[in-house]
Design a protein around this ligand. Sequence first.
Ligand code: S3P
Length: 460
Amino acid sequence: MAPVMATQVGRAPKALRGTIRVPSDKSLSHRVALFSAMAQGTSRVSGLLDSLDVRSTLRAVEALGATVELAAGEEGLSGTIKGWPAAGPSSPVVPLDCGNSGTTARLLLGALSGYEVVACLTGDESLSQRPMGRVTEPLAMMGATFAEGDGEHREHKKVRPLCAPCAPHPLQQTLPLTVYGSAQLKALDYVSPVASAQVKSAILLAGLTADGVTRVTEPHKSRDHTELLLPAYGVQVAACGLSVTIEGGQRMRASDCMVPGDPSSAAFLLVAAALIPDSEVTVRDVLLNPTRTGFIAVMRRMGADIEILESEQGGLGAERMGAIRVTHRAGLQATTVKAHEIASLIDEVPIMALLAAAAQGETVFEQVGELRHKESDRFAAIVAGLNLLGVEAFAQGDDLHVVGSALQTSGVPLETHGDHRLAMTWSIAALATGQELAIDGLESIAVSYPGFFEDLKRLS
Ligand code: S3P
């Protein structure tokens, strides 16, 4: 892809000032779209994120039999979603294109496993390289069947089951995949090797129709939106420590949902304010779920000036919301981000690594191997990008080390690998240096934050 100059963000390190609402939370928007499709009745939803990823989920649930009537407004998509029939979704005649969205693919694989349905899931080049075995393996233990390919063999379900000698090991599975759901799933007690909300959610959604109680236990707590939101759809879920249980046979009923702003999108503006002198940025109406706001604790530890103004008004279901304000303060210090904190800031590691580059000393992000399985190999891309910016950054096993120093521009384009969070991170680097940086492709930002550059302009 031809390099693109990040001129949209200006040439001088100009302070960012003002109050803004960032686009709605992506994780919650996917769940509201999918849960409303699975529920009986018509849900009224507002403020769904209007981005490429969420549109992938909306298109998929429509193809499965839900009726989606949403209109775009200032704060996202609002309107109604009528659930698919009580008998379950219909088998789509064409593949469900999940685009760039891992959440769409993995949650759908879980949700569809519990119905008598055959559906092929595809994705773009990036998604087609991401591991799906982490969900298909436990879902197969529950009784769903998966086959690689586009489902042209859907009439021959028994011929190409998951465990046929010619099939790749389930853990190596990637899209395209065809799921053959079953209305007779068995409950599962699953100890997940990864802290992943997508894995946890896929199993819980399959557990909804399974016979018995399904339990997922994680090594660290991942984002808990599925367990917090399901009760709003009439489903009881119990969370205890690192385990979540769900009893099969519960019916989902329609709900009214309003989605607050996305803390992961807010993080880019808040880190920019921490990096650029004289800045003060307030992000209002943003989700304040503790499983998502680990970056705030880390920024505080590094010496950033952050204020949280929790809203009296409730968020979505049991979710909390409020405002976050960052006022620039000089003298950031390095820190160690412990392994148990990583899940609560996994999507913020790229922008936090940029912040670490501006801090004095060596920051360590422990056990961030999961970054290798995101929309790109973020681990390698962060190291390469920071090195190009003259910053010493390196991997030591699964730990990421960043040694603070002044950012320098080399003229060599920074690579985004089509990854929205890298594109926004390098754009903030351009803003912080006040210089033009060549960045190879910014269009991926539409996956989660289509108005990113407009919002930066509004604040400058
Ligand atoms: C998500 C979970 C996380 C996160 C992703 C969204 C979700 O992925 O990185 O952007 O909505 O459940 P993992 O479950 O793979 O950690």
